[in-house]
Design a binder for this molecule. Structure first.
Ligand code: NDP
Ligand code: 8X3
Length: 259
């Protein structure tokens, strides 16, 4: 394992779920953390927890990744010691709605496309030039099984995650003549706030997604992200597809105990 101690890791969407677990997992390895999301109280609580439990620096700041101007100015205004990002984890993302395409809500579509595709692009466009200049960096995109295997009523979320897969693979080609690495970690079902957000706060409906099936935890995914980040410099983990044992594809899931 290559050490990630004292590297600077920038995680988008660190206020919850997979992003928060990644922050904890990187802090446990001694990395310093730049964390962003819109809910700053949560980020501040996480930052305090990480500073207390690990000997690491944490800088947390509010950012809506959909706002290109905010992305560029927030990153330009970072204190000098935080300017050199070594590892970027493009995690901020969401699903909104689960509808047949012809019945879908255009506002839901805009939110998914603006966050999952344009937000990821805005952050990448701002951070990667410095990595190229320093000849050092790793971009880890959180994709999804939904970006490899579409499912009914998921067309627009699927499309955004297919876009993440395309961006990951094309970016890797763009950077092939540099020491930079580009990975994607593509999970199946993970119990986080994802479904509460998808169903606009309907907790019962969200809970039903994870009922009677043992799904992945956000810590399972964070472990895979840290694995990608801690390979020796000549090794690139291009893609990790990480699923619950009880899920064989986007739509094939086993409900009930595994025998
Ligand atoms: P959560 O809802 O728990 O976390 C989503 C995170 O993204 C939050 O920290 C949220 O912060 C942040 N976020 C959302 N919109 C924005 C925005 N506009 N600007 C900045 N941050 C934003 O869900 P997960 O942890 O599950 O999701 C993380 C990633 O994992 C997403 O990309 C998702 O698509 C992907 N994924 C999730 C799976 C699952 O089953 N849970 C499976 C496969 C992939 P805040 O609201 O404070 O801004
Ligand atoms: C999240 C997994 O299957 O709910 O990306 O879309 S799924």
């Amino acid at each position: 394992m290559a050490s990630i101690r004292n590297l600077t890791v920038f995680i988008t969407g660190a206020s919850s779920g997979i992003g928060a677990s990644c922050a904890r997992a990187f802090a446990a390895e001694g990395a310093h953390l730049l964390l962003c999301a819109r809910r700053t109280e949560r980020l501040s609580a996480l930052a305090a927890e990480l500073r207390e439990q690990h000997d690491v620096k944490v800088h947390a700041f509010a950012l809506d990744v959909r706002d290109h101007g905010a992305v560029t100015s927030a990153l330009a205004q970072l204190p000098a010691e935080w300017q050199n990002v070594d590892i970027l984890v493009n995690n901020a993302g969401l699903a909104r709605g689960l509808d047949k395409l012809h019945e879908g809500d255009v506002q839901d579509w805009n939110e998914m496309i603006d966050t999952n595709v344009k937000g990821l692009l805005f952050v990448s466009r701002t951070v990667i030039p410095g990595m190229v200049e320093r000849k050092r960096g790793h971009i880890i995109n959180i994709g999804s099984i939904a970006g490899l295997d579409p499912y009914p009523k998921g067309a627009v979320y699927n499309a955004t995650k297919f876009a993440v897969d395309a961006i990951t693979r094309a970016l890797r080609m763009d950077l092939v003549d540099t020491p930079l690495r580009v990975s994607s970690v593509d999970p199946g079902l993970v119990e986080t706030e994802f479904s509460v957000v998808r169903f606009h706060g309907d907790r019962d409906r969200a809970d039903s997604v994870y009922r009677d099936i043992e799904v992945c935890t956000p810590d399972d995914i964070a472990e895979a992200v840290v694995f990608c980040a801690s390979r020796p410099p000549h090794v690139s983990i291009n893609q990790v597809v990480i699923m619950p044992t009880a899920q064989a594809s986007s739509i094939v899931k086993h409900i009930g105990p595994l025998e």
